[in-house]
Write a protein that binds this ligand. Sequence first.
Ligand code: NAP
Ligand code: GLV
Ligand code: GLV
Length: 325
Amino acid sequence: MKPKVYITRIIPEEALNVIAEHCEYEVWPRETQAVPRPVLEEKIRAADGLYSMLTDRIDKPLLDMAPCLKAVSNMAVGFDNIDVDECTARGILVCNTPGVLTETTADLAWALLMAAARRITESERFLRENKWTTWSPMLLTGIDVYGATLGIVGFGRIGQAVARRAKGFGMRVLYYNRTAKPDLEASMGVQRATLDELLKASDFVSVHVPLTDETRGMIGPRELALMKPTAVLVNAARGQVVDEQALCRALKEKQIFAAGLDVFQEEPLPPDSPLRELDNVVLLPHIGSASVATRTKMAIMAARHLIQALRGERPEHIVNPEVLA
Ligand code: NAP
Ligand code: GLV
Ligand code: GLV
């Protein structure tokens, strides 16, 4: 008998084909709506494998309804939507999609950095609203990127890819990370700093830590107060790493110059979010890895992981390898 797989969103055909070859599967057939919890709760009962999205909460109550589940394959590198400890305790493998999205997400962090620094989206709104009456010396003036200091919080795959791009902009790069990376300090010419040092010295701060109990609220009122009034904060990691209320206040009071956000405490960003009222923040709908090529690679990788796990092979990327130990 073929294993049963539930897929929580429409995925590219190339990825679906990988699953179809080896499994019986069902798909939540909507592109623009996440699978409703009651549907997931019903489908999980018979599933040997779950192909999940970062919008699905894979928690203890759900796992309690999943007697056959052997593997959860998340189509994302982040896995904060999954209770990994509960999965491990039940011998359920958890897989993610690291690496294939690194450069695409680093590009997006740079797009946010540039857009916030040079007021790109605000300027476009200005033009479209027919407010452009003349060229003017100080009209829509922003902050220089070239030659500035970039502080990277979380110097992993994406943080390092963001740092590599800074070279062309003649930037000094500081990083704050759990563990030191002395080899990279030498080869990339970056300097390690404490979080406080980095926040005080940087013109741009870009956040690339995963969301964990340690990183939740890492950038709060105290940290924002350490930043320069001319500084820009970029977050393309997870919304909860930054205290959104405190950030909103800091932007409103011009305690910092601007922010660029791809991720939010609550997604989609609520219609009444006060961030929407501010001109000095660039708001994007969680599109960090959203290139056609990268999303396709992620989808295929997640499919392959699920098949490998269900065939008793070792998936290429496992979040909780203890399960196989
Ligand atoms: P990664 O390679 O695991 O890098 C994470 C880095 O953060 C590691 O260097 C890690 O340190 C560091 N870190 C973890 N906890 C820390 C702490 N408490 N204090 C300081 N540093 C800490 O992950 P990645 O592939 O770069 O991805 C990073 C995150 O980006 C993902 O988890 C995901 O949430 C987010 N993401 C968002 C999008 C988007 O669409 N916006 C796309 C892709 C990824 P060590 O070196 O000590 O392990
Ligand atoms: C996207 O946010 C990811 O974690 O892949
Ligand atoms: C601006 O367009 C300039 O020529 O300086």
